[in-house]
Design a protein around this ligand. Structure first.
Ligand SMILES: NC(=O)c1ccc[n+]([C@@H]2O[C@H](COP(=O)([O-])OP(=O)(O)OC[C@H]3O[C@@H](n4cnc5c(N)ncnc54)[C@H](OP(=O)(O)O)[C@@H]3O)[C@@H](O)[C@H]2O)c1
Length: 297
């Protein structure tokens, strides 16, 4: 169906993993004009050759943002990756101000599942404040509350396979893990087609617990990998013992606490509603990435 929504379609964070996949999805849809904003334009020369306009911009340098959003259009703000509390919001606020100034007509933002006061994730407040700031502009918007990436399981999955057990401080909690690829397709669809203002829960088709994940790892590897619940302190100590700086161990362990407390136990149909295709389950995703889990990927 031809799309009557006018661009340009502007994607920030374009050299990141999610940004790159969003741009591929938009190119596939024929979204144009398409603008990629990044701190590292030199990384995106190949996209320029495919007709994407590349603009250099850094949310921490407001002077760069006016030219990035000049002329307005529809804007996807990909949240930055700063783990220090408050840093993301400070950066996002610059992007939102510049968007308003430039007359952007719709903002899509990659937020977090349930970013309310009780969410223990270290940077939940940054997402909460960014959402509020976007609402305050009066510009129509789509908030995409992305749950934890299933892709993160490709980082701790091989560790669990190597250790012979999946250790986590998530208790019996569940999370609506969603693949980065599904987040990208949902963001592209929102940027290309959404009207009005809404908050969408971008999750996998079902929330899963650590025991479920351990069972999938066992199935994928043919080795019995039990789930062993541990405390947050024990998890932080193990991460620090493996060389992770303490503040990062603190942030990463807060994901487990959020799962244990039920903050990420959400499964919605929003990926399918936006993209027309059901999100990939954790089981299908992990089985498709068996080689990574056994250290051969
Ligand atoms: N749901 C989850 O489980 C999960 C996991 C990891 C991350 N995230 C969030 O989702 C975002 C995208 O994920 P990803 O997998 O694509 O992460 P990634 O590959 O690490 O990319 C980081 C992104 O942050 C952007 N960025 C960092 N500092 C910036 C700044 N000062 N100004 C503008 N952009 C800045 C980068 O853009 P350029 O380098 O192109 O400028 C890049 O797009 C992350 O940044 C983070 O907020 C979510």
């Amino acid at each position: 169906m031809p799309n009557s929504i006018k661009g340009p379609f502007i994607v920030t964070g374009a050299s990141g993993q999610l940004g790159g996949q969003v741009i591929e999805a938009l190119l596939e849809e024929g979204a144009e004009p398409l603008v990629a904003v990044t701190r590292s334009p030199e990384k995106l020369e190949a996209l320029r050759a495919r007709g994407v306009e590349i603009r250099a911009g850094d949310f921490n340098d407001p002077a760069t943002l006016g030219p990035c959003f000049a002329g307005g259009g529809r804007l996807l703000i990909i949240s930055t990756d700063d783990l220090a509390p408050g840093k993301r919001f400070a950066a996002h606020r610059n992007a939102i101000s510049a968007a308003k100034e430039a007359g952007v007509s719709h903002i899509v933002y990659t937020s977090l599942t349930n970013p309310d006061e009780v969410n223990p994730i270290g940077f939940a407040r940054d997402h909460r404040e960014t959402e509020a700031s976007i609402k305050d502009t009066g510009i129509s918007h789509t908030i995409l509350r992305n749950c934890l990436y299933a892709d993160l399981l490709l980082m701790n999955g091989p560790q669990a396979v190597g250790a012979g057990a999946l250790y986590s401080a998530a208790g019996d909690g569940k999370a609506g893990y969603v693949t980065r690829a599904d987040c990208a397709r949902a963001a592209a669809a929102a940027l290309f087609t959404e009207t009005g203002s809404s908050v969408r829960d971008i999750t996998g088709p079902a929330a899963v617990g650590q025991a479920d994940i351990a069972a999938i790892l066992s199935e994928a590897t043919g080795k019995e990998i039990p789930y062993v619940p541990i405390t947050r302190d024990a998890l932080v100590a193990a991460m620090v013992g493996n060389g992770l700086p303490e503040f990062m161990a603190d942030v990463f362990s807060s994901f487990d606490v959020a799962i244990a407390e039920g903050c990420l136990n959400v499964a919605s149909g929003d990926v399918e509603e936006l993209t027309g295709q059901k999100g990939q389950s954790v089981r299908d995703f992990l089985l498709a990435n068996k080689a990574v889990l056994i250290g051969q990927g």
